[in-house]
Design a protein around this ligand. Structure first.
Ligand SMILES: NC(=O)c1ccc[n+]([C@@H]2O[C@H](COP(=O)([O-])OP(=O)(O)OC[C@H]3O[C@@H](n4cnc5c(N)ncnc54)[C@H](OP(=O)(O)O)[C@@H]3O)[C@@H](O)[C@H]2O)c1
Length: 229
């Protein structure tokens, strides 16, 4: 039987319409949480409407967009940041600076604006207050061709760990979940010959995030949870 350990929790999921979002929204809802989903694209939210108590568009790369979303939700116990995107494959001298700006907006500014918008609610939630960022192995172990992505993710991690230190004064927490790459059932079905050995299934990431917003994770703060080999 499904454990309903998140009964009474109000959890906001930023970037809920991507590859990971549907698994996260479903896992939280199945454990009894009320889930508020946001994405910049209304169409992307269709897949999460079944399990989300609230689903709305918000541009989290802007301070106004994040503030409006937070104001619409009111009391919230947790914020899970899933907004992603990738550009890369070029050397540092060849990379397009527009790609760096894009990744800064997607991977850092959305973290900055959403944490600023939700900080009062997360602090008010006290020991129930939780933030989690999904990050990449390249933030700590950069590989060639990924300078802009690695720099943006590293900055987002530093921001999150600083936020963790701040939240600690309120009994709330912020942590980072690290993956190398994500895999979904659809990806596996499309490529039956691919072992996806260095990938983490979205359901496993969802389970880790559900743990991080649960009572059981109250003592875990400012940590990187490695969900990769
Ligand atoms: N996928 C991977 O292999 C992988 C690897 C390492 C780490 N991660 C991290 O894991 C998390 C989840 O990955 P994912 O693949 O599910 O991410 P994703 O699909 O790239 O992004 C999640 C959702 O956020 C939306 N979004 C983009 N900009 C936004 C904005 N300004 N405001 C609101 N929503 C916005 C995206 O819309 P659009 O589709 O329109 O952009 C998408 O629907 C991300 O933080 C990602 O960096 C993923």
């Amino acid at each position: 039987m499904q454990q309903r350990g998140l009964e009474g929790r109000r959890i906001a999921v930023a970037g809920a319409g991507g590859a990971l979002g549907p698994a996260v929204v479903r896992a939280l809802a199945e454990q009894g949480a009320w889930v508020a989903a946001a994405d910049r694209d209304a169409g992307a939210l269709e897949v999460v409407r079944e399990h989300a108590g609230d689903a709305r568009t918000a541009d989290l790369a802007s301070a106004e967009g994040a503030a409006q979303w937070a104001a619409a939700l009111g009391e919230v116990d947790g914020l899970l940041h899933l907004v992603g995107g990738w550009r890369g494959g070029r050397t540092v001298e060849a990379l397009d600076l527009a790609d760096l700006e894009l990744l800064e907006r997607l991977l850092l500014h959305t973290v900055v604006h959403s944490t600023r918008a939700f900080a009062p609610a997360l602090k008010a939630a006290g020991p129930r207050g939780r933030f989690a960022l999904v990050s990449s192995t390249v933030a700590q172990r950069p590989v060639a061709g990924n300078a802009a992505y690695a720099a943006a993710k590293a900055a987002a991690e530093a921001w999150t760990l600083t936020f963790a230190a701040e939240l600690a004064e309120h009994g709330a927490t912020a942590n980072v979940v690290v993956v190398n790459a994500l895999v979904t059932d659809r990806m596996r079905a499309d490529e039956p010959g691919n072992a996806f050995a260095s990938h983490t299934h979205v359901d496993d990431v969802a389970a880790a995030l559900a743990y991080l917003v649960s009572d059981a994770a109250h003592a875990m703060n400012g940590q990187r949870l490695a969900l990769h080999r």
